[in-house]
Design a protein around this ligand. Structure first.
Ligand code: DON
Length: 306
């Protein structure tokens, strides 16, 4: 039954890919196949279902921000975090610079937007930025249960070459003391994290751990504490789709995180992790067909948490 639902949902919503556009501000992403659409469902009982382009690789992009955030929460108290980054929703785009100057005592509003995610990396345990990066990459590998996950070098170089908005955000944060480390090294770690290549299966598997209160699906071992899972799901709900988070909470109602590579990682607590991929994006940088597929699935399976 689930298999039929997934296949029909993809078919019914594929036309939405024509309404959006692939990201072009990172030139390498503009090469993506615009009508690709895939889904992978990983239930907490271990059952898996997949349809469409579920095995097509794409870069994780901003979905890596939840893994950096998990590491930050494991390595710091919430009060230490709040001195640098808060968890307030933003009504501006993911790479907006304006709030850093005008709001929140120069702290990034939340860890899901670019400024907050760049600042988060510095708070992760590690003597060097390389060690901090490795810690986050290893967390992605362990939560997805895929030790082979690695960076897409072409996307990484493309990001590094063209990432001037992120440079502006990071240097501004250095000027206000939010960032204390070497900005170029920090950005290098950020660009690499965004360029990590995954499939729907990988992100669904990460989501399944969050859906399972932080315990591994196969062995039940605690990978993330229940308390941290709650914090991450709360911030995903309020900030995970940027300025689209409110509408998404109404239409889908499932804690989620999007990326400009076209992925959406969605967590249905106690039930399943879902990974969707469709590189055609809406104006806010979220997968246009991916959101529609998740809306339809959430309605059919009654997944909204509200
Ligand atoms: O830094 C950037 O702009 C990208 N590497 C990531 C942005 C992103 O994924 C926003 N997501 N919807």
């Amino acid at each position: 039954m689930m298999q039929n639902i997934l296949e029909k949902t993809l078919e019914d919503h594929r036309y939405w890919t024509k309404e959006g556009a692939v990201a072009t501000y990172i030139p390498e992403l503009s090469k993506q196949k615009i009508d690709a659409l895939g889904i992978y469902v990983h239930e907490v009982n271990g059952e898996v279902y997949k349809a469409g382009d579920w095995n097509m690789p794409f870069t994780i992009q901003s979905i890596s921000k939840i893994i950096s955030f998990i590491c930050v929460l494991q390595d710091n108290s919430i009060d230490t975090l709040y001195k640098k980054i808060t968890v307030a929703p933003s009504s501006d785009g993911f790479n907006s610079i304006v709030n850093l100057e005008t709001k929140n005592e120069h702290r990034p509003l939340n860890p899901m937007i670019n400024s907050g995610a760049i600042a988060c990396i510095e708070l992760v345990r590690g003597n060097t930025l390389e060690e901090k990066y490795e810690r986050i990459l290893n967390m992605i590998r362990s939560l997805s249960n895929n030790p082979y996950i690695k960076v897409n070098e072409s996307v990484y170089l493309s990001e590094k070459e063209t990432g001037d908005r992120n440079r502006a955000l990071a240097y501004f944060m250095k000027s206000t003391g939010t960032i204390e480390t070497n900005v170029e090294e920090l950005l290098d770690a950020y660009f690499r994290l965004c360029s990590i290549e995954v499939t729907c299966e990988d992100i669904a598997s990460i989501a399944a751990v969050l859906a399972n209160d932080g315990k591994g699906i196969i062995d039940g071992r605690e990978l993330i504490s229940k308390k941290i899972c709650k914090t991450v799901k709360a911030v995903m709900t309020t900030c995970g789709l940027y300025d689209g988070s409110g509408e998404y909470a109404v239409s889908v109602g499932v804690p989620s995180k999007s990326g400009v590579g076209g992925g959406i990682l969605a967590v249905s607590p106690g039930k399943m992790g879902i990974g969707v991929f469709g590189p055609s994006l809406d104006a806010k940088g979220n997968s246009i067909a991916g959101v529609k597929v998740l809306e339809s699935l959430a309605n059919k399976l009654d997944l909204s948490i509200f």
